[in-house]
Design a protein around this ligand. Structure first.
Ligand code: BGC
Length: 364
């Protein structure tokens, strides 16, 4: 309750924040680092996880983080571990050598993340978990969305799209088994769908590293094994959803509007407009990036950061002070909200075959 921002809706807050983030584009650029004028004594290093598991990291997190740090007047360096935990550790070491005083990571798995944090803290560097909680870690803060709610929205969304009284076979295609968020997404979805006796789970599998190619192979096997008798798919993000849709298309079974997603990517939103995807979950990454910049600034200034509560790290047996933001379910009739929030542009979304749907939905 301490944060004014969390009292507003996610979309409303994102709109307000978008105004605050305007008008500053010094630093950053192609090098992935920059400074907001050198007013602060510290420097923040951020290590994103990869470029493949979701387009969000490079297309959304990086630019929003750059804007947030520039706005906060904090020196920063943003890099990407390219899906390699060893590389993430090496980048962390380099950042510390080059003067980072706060290190934020999106871990690739909890064990490697915890090791990076332990090393950082031995060198007097504070750490923050960005988006994914590092189980057994030592981060000062955790910034994310309520990931159980993300899964609940997906479960409710699938039920709504299939019809809450329809009998259907459903399959779960979960995110990486190494990602604590994926565990929470699945738990949230199960908490909604398991009590609904009209739905029968016929398959469930986690996709290593959220790999989209593997997702297609896994889903194809599920589909074949079930003799094509799958009516709904709980896919954990838009990338996995797109892999499922490709297989359904190959079997002339796409278009039934029965696959979930997450991240509100252009591809995911277009799949919704085409009637191939039921819903996605929009998480205002602008808000998440701003929250990280605020906490990092507080750590640099030796102040206490404002949090919304704590999240339990069951492995370390501690409560991590956290900022948890609110995710929003997006169906065909509110795709426009994502454009109005300036997360994606109508220009990117409403290309070619999607132009008519955009006109129909008043997206311009
Ligand atoms: C993030 C999702 C993302 C997935 C794959 C999760 O930890 O919360 O937004 O789609 O990782 O990168």
């Amino acid at each position: 309750m301490a944060r004014r921002r969390t009292l507003m809706t996610a979309l409303g807050a994102a709109l307000v924040l978008s105004l605050a983030a305007c008008g500053s584009d010094d630093g950053g650029g192609d090098s992935g680092s920059g400074s907001g004028g050198g007013e602060s004594a510290g420097k923040v290093g951020v290590i994103l996880p990869d470029t493949e598991s979701s387009v969000r990291w490079e297309n959304f997190d990086r630019p929003y983080l750059e804007a947030a740090f520039e706005d906060a007047g904090v020196e920063f360096d943003i890099q990407n571990a390219e899906g390699d935990a060893q590389r993430q550790a090496t980048i962390a070491e380099q950042m510390i050598t080059e003067g980072a005083t706060v290190l934020a990571i999106v871990n690739l798995d909890s064990a490697s993340g915890a090791q990076i944090q332990e090393q950082a803290s031995a060198e007097g560097v504070a750490t923050i978990d960005y988006d994914r909680l590092t189980l057994g870690g030592t981060a000062e803060y955790y910034v994310s969305f309520d990931n159980t709610v993300v899964g609940e929205l997906q479960g409710q969304g699938l039920a709504q799209c299939l019809g809450e009284t329809t009998t259907a076979n459903i399959a779960f295609l979960n995110g990486s088994p190494d990602d604590n968020n994926a565990t929470l997404f699945a738990a949230g979805a199960h908490s909604v769908l398991d009590p609904m006796t009209n739905f029968t789970k016929v398959a469930e599998q986690a996709v290593p590293e959220w790999d989209n190619q593997q997702a297609a192979t896994i889903f194809e096997q599920m589909y074949t094994q079930a003799g094509g008798n799958i009516q709904g798919v709980l896919a954990a993000n838009d990338g996995l959803a797109n892999s499922v849709i490709q297989i359904l298309e190959r079997n002339n079974a796409a278009g039934a509007n029965n696959v979930t997603g997450q991240d509100a990517t252009v591809e995911g939103l277009q799949n919704i407009l085409a009637g191939n995807q039921c819903m996605t979950v929009y998480k205002s990454i602008r808000e998440e990036a701003n929250a990280l910049a605020e906490l990092a600034t507080a750590l640099i200034n030796g102040e206490e950061g404002e949090t919304t509560g704590t999240v339990e790290d069951t492995e370390a047996g501690r409560d991590v002070p956290s900022v948890l933001l609110t995710p929003v379910a997006i169906f065909r009739d509110n795709v426009k909200d994502v454009v109005d929030d300036e997360f994606v542009t109508a220009e990117d979304l409403c290309t070619g075959e999607f132009a008519d749907a955009c006109t129909e939905l008043g997206i311009e």
